[in-house]
Design a protein. Structure first.
Length: 246
């Protein structure tokens, strides 16, 4: 059963769309609620730049599988932020080992990434007449990134509304969900067809590996992103099986 629609079907939204599992689920969530949905992606010098190619594949697959959503899916935008990625110099943008640092954060943390993304996305959304931003930030199953917390998002929402002189709403449908619950949400939204698109078309692996298709999707199977995705899928399948049992 699909979640209830709370937003006006005539309103529009801009989805921060990386091409990964979370943002693909957010895109489906937005298409179920809004009359017009556009997407924006950011090339910030990420080592797993293959995700930028995955974006096109996911969008095309959704258009082919869901005609009702296809009618609502608008333009895709790509913004070059490679200069910012060079400044950030994390394990996602430079040749660094993926490990925990003395400050309690992993080297995959890109300082201020979501702050930069939201600022650029808000400027684009204002020009496009889209009052809502939608992001896949989550503080349940994550690595402790401070810019993924809803508290941070609320502060950005206030700052952007003040700075742009117009209300900005930032929705984060995955904020309180575990990765297993994110898989469940995808199934609720688009059934097995959407789950298959996420499995086969999206990209999450930090190392950019797309040589082997595992039962949870493509990836190296060893980085934190792959481990989280695989574990979440296993947990969801167990939970779904238990609910289906007589």
């Amino acid at each position: 059963m699909k979640p209830a629609t709370n937003s006006s079907p005539d309103s529009g939204a801009l989805v921060l769309f990386s091409g990964g599992q979370d943002s693909a689920t957010c895109l489906a969530w937005a298409l179920e609620r809004y009359g017009h949905v556009e997407t924006v992606g950011f090339g910030y010098g990420q080592r797993h730049a293959v995700e930028m190619q995955a974006r096109d594949s996911v969008r095309a697959a959704i258009v082919a599988a869901f005609p009702d959503w296809a009618a609502k899916l608008g333009e895709d935008h790509v913004v070059d932020l490679s200069g910012y990625g060079a400044v950030a110099e994390s394990a996602l943008t430079a040749e660094r080992a993926i490990e925990w640092t003395a400050d309690g954060l992993p080297t995959t943390f890109v300082p201020g990434r979501n702050l930069v993304f939201l600022t650029v996305a808000a400027a684009l959304a204002r020009r496009r007449g889209l009052p809502v931003l939608i992001g896949g930030m989550c503080e349940t199953d994550y690595s402790g990134y401070p810019d993924c917390r809803r508290e941070t998002i609320d502060a950005m929402q206030t700052a952007l509304s003040l700075g742009l002189g117009a209300p900005v709403r930032i929705e984060t449908p995955l904020m309180r969900l575990s990765k297993a619950q994110t898989w469940a949400l995808a199934h609720d939204l688009g059934g097995g067809a959407l789950v298959e698109i996420i499995l086969e078309k999206t990209h999450t692996c930090y190392r950019g590996e797309r040589e082997t298709l595992h039962d949870w999707g493509y990836g190296c199977g060893a980085c934190p992103a792959c481990e989280l995705r695989a574990r979440g899928l296993r947990e969801w399948r167990v939970q779904a099986g238990a609910k289906a049992a007589p």
